[in-house]
Design a protein around this ligand. Structure first.
Ligand code: NAD
Length: 479
């Protein structure tokens, strides 16, 4: 069954799009078309932004207290949770994420962010009465949210929770690969009684995103996507003097120290380094191993990946599904080829699994003897390709971890917590885990270097959606 949507969501209603062009969604596991959605043009973008502007100025939304706004987040989250399996599986047909992971991350992970910001709203003071000045926090206005396909719902909710508590209205632009699941958010907004125009959705590709960023009535841009996309968005925002945050690519390092609990590492690396077939921003796709463990551990890593189950992402036993599309499939194979020609040692994988004759599948692939000069060490592959590199001591490990244009995630495996934390402090990255990597909604998340600008999550995640106003009271003195 295919779903062909012809509308954009503006001002609380689905309205026929002006554009006749369409983006097409293809199930990456079967290569079958599952639906289409408007490839919105500048007229459509103007319609959603105008609806958001009206929602911001005239619906009364911005005049509510954070707590009053946050009251809408509970029914919003409840609605999504009540349809968890349906949403998770639907996203799986769009992007190939194994269904259990898709539901856990997009629905339960995403709604936990709404729960967190609902609770935080109680402590958000919008006015602070200083000696002779009232300092106000005000919502920035209309926030554009541009999201990628790899975690379409969680990445939208990560932005939506703080934006709504701050008092912004929003326009969400999903990725062209995952344009259909955003309708669940429109349903949730209606179930939650959000005023019309507070949440709007426009579908399309890069040009639609660029038109949204350029629209003069968009006050803030919250972008998650590739580093190349982020640079273009950052440049456009700079030219228009628009505030923005950029959550971008990564190439994180897992450091395995000589005293590491290897069973712990081996039990978790398949998810922490290659979940979603390596299509995750913070995954540690570079594994740095102390030389004393290198031979033994690299063999055990390769054999674990050899037996990992690859296939239909709707099957509960599947560990790894397909890549998002044919371009990604070709890009990953190109990286594999280049790694071999640069002298890396292929330990397992290296191409399409022999039992799968359709879909964009690449077997989990492990390369040993990877040198920092090689492309697979430096570039974000966004596929199931792990590179293993030996190191000699702690300084060497930190040097290798930092030899990257990115700085998003990372891990240190050690039985010595003090040593692990000392090393974590030296790695140039926005987040890093000891003996694992568990995202914490109460702590800021974001990138160093080419991995981004600004932070999401935690109390810090609200800041980008606010601006400050000082109202000087009569009789105040400068000196
Ligand atoms: P992408 O940059 O191609 O697209 C992301 C979104 O931006 C899409 O909606 C796309 O239509 C839009 N877009 C692209 N170029 C644009 C432009 N110039 N102006 C306006 N909009 C534009 O990225 P992708 O391939 O969809 O996603 C994968 C990338 O996202 C990876 O690099 C991954 O690491 C990154 N990512 C980062 C995080 C994070 O939190 N740091 C989370 C998930 C994914």
């Amino acid at each position: 069954m295919t779903t062909n949507r012809t509308e954009i969501y503006a001002g609380g209603s689905w309205l026929e799009a002006h554009a006749s062009a369409r983006v097409t969604m293809t199930n990456p596991a079967t290569e079958e078309i599952i639906g289409t959605a408007p490839d919105a043009d500048s007229t459509d973008v103007h319609a959603v932004v105008s609806a958001a502007r009206t929602g911001f100025r005239e619906s009364g939304w911005r005049d509510l207290t954070p707590l009053q706004r946050a009251e809408h987040l509970a029914p919003f989250a409840d609605h999504l949770r009540s349809r968890a399996e349906e949403i998770g599986s639907f996203i799986t047909t769009e992007n190939g994420t194994p269904a259990a992971l898709s539901t856990a991350v997009n629905v339960f992970g995403g709604t936990s962010m709404l729960d967190y910001y609902r609770q935080l709203a109680g402590s958000l003071e919008m006015e602070d009465d200083r000696t002779s000045t009232i300092v106000r926090k005000e919502a920035r206005g209309v926030a554009a949210m541009i999201v990628p396909w790899n975690g379409p719902m969680i990445l939208a909710l990560q932005k939506l929770g703080p934006a709504l508590v701050a008092g912004c209205s929003v326009v969400i632009k999903p990725s062209p690969e995952t344009s259909l699941d955003a309708s669940f958010l429109a349903d949730a907004a209606e179930a939650a009684g959000l005023p019309d125009g507070v949440l709007n959705i426009v579908t399309g590709g890069r040009d639609t995103g660029a038109a949204l960023v350029a629209h003069r009535d968009v006050d803030h841009v919250s972008f998650t996507g590739s580093t190349a996309g982020g640079k273009a968005v950052g440049a456009a925002c700079g030219a228009a003097l628009k505030s923005h945050t950029l959550e971008l690519g990564g190439k994180s390092a897992a450091i395995v120290l000589p005293d590491a609990d290897l069973d712990l590492f081996l039990g978790s690396f398949g998810q922490l380094c290659l979940a979603n077939s390596g299509q995750g921003c913070f995954l540690s796709t570079r594994v740095l191993i102390h030389r004393s463990l290198y031979q033994d551990l690299s063999e055990r890593i390769a054999s674990a990946m050899e037996s990992a189950r690859v296939g239909d992402p709707l099957d509960v036993d599947t560990m790894y599904g397909p890549l998002i599309n044919v371009d990604a499939y070709r890009r990953v194979l190109d990286h594999i080829e280049s790694a071999q020609s640069e002298g890396a040692k292929l330990l397992t994988g290296g191409g399409r699994p022999s039992h799968l004759n359709r879909g964009y599948f690449v077997a989990p692939t492990v390369f040993g003897n990877v040198d920092p000069s090689m492309r697979i060490f430096r570039e974000e592959i966004f596929g199931p390709v792990l590179s293993l590199t030996p190191f000699d001591d702690d300084d060497d490990a930190v040097r290798l971890a930092n030899e990257s244009d990115f700085g998003l995630g990372g891990m240190v495996f050690t039985r010595d917590l003090d040593r692990g934390n000392a090393m974590a402090r030296r790695v140039e990255t926005g987040s890093i885990g000891i003996n694992g990597y568990t995202l914490d909604v109460t702590a800021p998340f974001g990138g160093y270097k080419d991995s981004g600008v600004g932070r999401e999550l935690g109390p810090e995640g609200i800041e980008p959606f606010l601006q400050y106003k000082s109202i000087y009271q009569p009789g105040g003195a400068f000196f």
